[in-house]
Design a protein around this ligand. Structure first.
Ligand code: TPP
Ligand code: MG
Length: 297
């Protein structure tokens, strides 16, 4: 196969079991198109490991190792170690986990791997809840959001955990946020992460029509609104200490982002105001970290 055909080859083939409009499916497609076929994926339980297909069928044409929830990062480091012993320095080992498998259950193994600066790329596709088991809240669910375990009568009050700050605190070579609503930016960051060595972490925002209660055709729109409103700002952190904001459109209020999703319906006035206030505070904090040089679109 020549180089161009190799590049154009679709590594995510039709026939997965994901919901219509699944942002996490798109996230994988966008990621794999950059990483290419010389990739091994390590994946814990979650929507992705379920909708990939039932053995021997798989919608992915690269090898996938399915692992126990808490072990993803550790297994990925082990796979990389095995490859190195075989003299293979070129294959990218991608640990691919949901927010539950990253922010909560996989955090200890991930922290260990980052502290040792193991040579893996860890991407968390964040759909802000335990979707595969029925939309339960995780520590990535935003305050004020509905899930089946934070119903209208008891919406979540805790703020979303800042996983990027946690990972950057390990001083790993590369930490970044990316979003399916900004595919060129996502491709640039995955490419940058692929070229670096050591632990690389990408927090990837992936909308979920089923859990977020929005129309299936609005997944990209919701993701774009998350960027515009700064609910999910795009930035990079190099070696844990150099923070850089990525190009983004002008900042907008959170209204459009909240209104197109059923999970934020019936928020009280104070929940609504708190949501905006938290987004503004986080944005200011990020600007301070990034210093005076800010790139614009
Ligand atoms: C040790 C363990 N605990 C719980 C489960 C049940 N389980 C399977 S998928 C899942 C949800 C995972 O959520 P997340 O990582 O956010 O991925 P998503 O389903 O949202 O894609 C849970 C709790 C499991 N498989 N193993
Ligand atoms: Mg999830």
């Amino acid at each position: 196969m020549n180089e161009q055909a190799r590049r154009e080859r679709e590594l995510f083939t039709p026939g997965h079991y994901g919901c219509p409009g699944c942002g996490a499916a798109l996230a994988m497609r966008q990621t794999l198109s950059v990483l290419g076929e010389d990739t091994i994926i390590v994946m814990p339980a979650g929507c992705w490991s379920t909708f990939i297909g039932i053995y021997p069928y798989s919608c992915l044409t690269v090898p996938v190792v399915s692992v126990a929830f808490a072990s993803t990062a550790g297994v990925a480091a082990g796979v990389k170690g095995g490859l190195t012993i075989q003299g293979n320095e070129h294959t990218t080992v991608l640990a691919w986990a949901g927010d539950g498998g990253t922010f909560d259950i996989g955090l200890q193994a991930l922290s260990g791997v980052a502290e040792r600066n193991e040579d893996i790329l860890f991407i968390c596709y964040d759909n802000e809840a335990y979707m595969n088991t029925g939309i339960q809240r995780s520590s990535a669910t935003p305050a004020g959001g509905w899930t089946t375990t934070t119903p209208d009568s008891a919406r979540k009050t805790q703020r979303k955990k800042n996983i990027v700050e946690i990972m950057a605190a390990h001083r790993i070579p590369y930490t970044a946020t990316a979003c399916i609503g900004a595919p060129a930016d996502l491709a640039k960051k995955v490419g940058r992460a692929k070229a670096l060595r050591g632990t690389r972490f990408i927090h990837l925002f992936a909308s979920c029509p089923t859990g977020w209660r929005h129309a299936t055709e609005l997944s990209l729109e919701v993701a774009r609104e998350a960027i515009k409103s700064r609910v999910f700002p795009l930035y990079e952190v190099f070696d844990g200490d150099t923070w850089k904001i990525s190009p983004m459109p002008e900042k907008e209020p959170v209204d459009s982002y909240l209104k197109i999703q059923g999970r934020f319906k019936n928020m009280s006035g104070s929940q609504y105001q708190d949501f905006q206030k938290q987004v503004d505070e986080d944005w200011e904090r990020l600007l301070e970290r990034c210093g005076p040089v800010r790139s614009k679109e």
